[in-house]
Design a protein around this ligand. Sequence first.
Ligand code: G3P
Length: 228
Amino acid sequence: MLYIIDTAHLEEIRKCVEIYPVAGVTTNPTIISKENTDFGYLVKTIREIIGPDRMLHIQTTSTTADAIVKEAMELQQFVGGDFYIKIPISPEGLKATRKLKKYGVKVTMTAIFTQQQALISALAGADFVAPYVNRLDNIVSDGIHVVNEIVDQFKNYGVKAKVLAASFKNVEQVHKAALAGCHAVTINPDLFEKLIYHPLTYYAIDDFSKDWESVYGDQKILDLIKEK
Ligand code: G3P
């Protein structure tokens, strides 16, 4: 499963790519607006930080097919590298997807809440579909159930599109997306930290240090293997 960062905060992105196996960055207009800065500078700098080989998903702000296509093609030129245009599913979004595939632009169909939205997006040519797990949970639906069924549908019909689940608030949701065979998840940096946290790990590390110091004091391994 691929882990993607769902933020446009430059320092957080820098920190995450140094620590975690980050496959890319996803943004949307809400995430971009939070940074409240020059859009061109922001997306160019994200590309510089993550390099050309990691995915960068940027969402369109247009609503008609022709405008989405134009925006996607120019954005792709502008940011370069492994680029995906995110398009919220709609009739115009699907029309744009079909056109963009002819021009070789990769598409992530987003704001997916149902299995049929996902299947239709995939058959229209989307490379990724992004179901919103926590937002489904919040309306007393079951986000992971929807993800599970989307993954199954894609398997059943030999669909090439991948599932990039989004909108996560806790470790359990991410874990269950992994069990569902989800191809990718996009999560915020705080959740990344929670995924690797366990109190027993910290106790274990503390014990290792105490046991070592009880015999070797403050000497490190390098001090002990130095040629005498
Ligand atoms: O990538 C989509 C995601 O940002 C939506 O997440 O937390 O706003 O539900 P959220």
